[in-house]
Write a protein that binds this ligand. Structure first.
Ligand SMILES: [Zn+2]
Ligand SMILES: [Zn+2]
Length: 301
């Protein structure tokens, strides 16, 4: 009962904060209450270890009212397509992973997702690329976001994410990033490069890339990193930490995305479950199955 009371305060505060928002959201109390039941399946964050994201970036998370208050990027009648912009060359395996990822994102966000014709990475000047000791080349995220994507956002796009098979770096002082995104400027970038470290394993690479891509696009819908529970919106500092996160949004992050995109939660989870099954992603399938069972049980009289 106490938990339910707190949940109601959050919802009521959310509705109040909603009045500050420019877009006229009709919040559905029943759906928020339904999502709140998923908190029973949220797993607590593990103790912070040296080298973890939170050890180096002490973040405090973002509640639903805080999310609503910042007026998140939100689709409207004329801007509601997610675009992927491939940059540079992809081999056949990488190409199929990008295509499967577009399918996943469409199920995850419930918005039409399209892949734009690829552009050459020769667009990126030498000042915005560097070669590492092992000979691999890295591309500067800022040039991709500000000079390639921003001037060419399609008229019907709500967000655009560049995808590349090359490694990325955000600042000269950083070794690399898996991806990066603006929370208000509707652009982001994700890289496949780091996901083949364990040898060629397409299922593992897909598992990782759908996680990074949905994480970065959620940032583009103004979600900040999650500190509420183990969640695909947790910040991650390295591949080991990234691999410890599931392809699952915690109940708080799901409530933010639901507030913004107003999708059918049951249908969404059912579709994600089917995707995980079809691609052999067993642990993600199990989590989606648990969430779906929890929601459908609550719906039964
Ligand atoms: Zn992030
Ligand atoms: Zn979360």
């Amino acid at each position: 009962m106490f938990l339910r009371f707190i949940g109601l305060i959050v919802i009521l505060y959310g509705l109040q904060a909603c009045d500050h928002s420019s877009n006229n959201k009709k919040s559905h109390l029943g759906e928020f209450e339904l999502i709140s039941h998923l908190s029973l399946l949220d797993q607590n964050m593990p103790a912070i270890q040296p080298g973890d994201w939170l050890a180096q970036h002490p973040e405090t998370g973002q509640t639903l009212p805080e999310y609503i208050y910042i007026r998140p990027v939100s689709p409207n009648d004329s801007q509601r397509v997610i675009y992927l912009q491939p940059i540079g060359n992809f081999n056949a395996d990488q190409d199929s992973i990008v295509k499967a990822t577009a399918g996943y994102l469409q199920l995850f966000f419930r918005l039409k997702t399209c892949i734009l014709p690829p552009v050459s990475d020769s667009l990126i000047p030498s000042a915005s690329r560097r070669t590492r000791e092992d000979g691999s080349e890295q591309l500067h995220t800022k040039y991709i976001l500000d000079s390639i994507l921003q001037p060419a956002i399609p008229a019907d796009a709500i967000v655009v994410m560049a995808v590349t098979a090359k490694d990325l770096y955000p600042k000269d002082s950083w070794n690399y990033v898996f991806g990066e995104a603006y929370t208000k400027k509707r652009t982001g970038v994700s890289s496949l490069h780091r996901y083949y470290e364990d040898g060629l394993n397409n299922a593992l690479c897909l598992k990782r890339f759908i996680k990074t891509s949905s994480h970065e696009i959620s940032h583009m819908f103004s979600l900040l990193h999650c500190t509420n529970a183990i969640c695909s919106m947790n910040g991650t500092n390295n591949l080991k930490e990234a691999d410890s996160k599931p392809n699952r949004l915690c109940s708080v992050c799901l409530s933010k995305l639901y507030w913004n995109l107003e999708f059918n939660n049951i249908q969404r989870l059912s579709d994600l479950k089917d995707f995980f099954k079809a691609h052999g992603l067993e642990s993600d399938y199990q989590l989606a199955d648990q969430d779906l069972k929890c929601l459908t049980k609550k719906l039964r009289p």
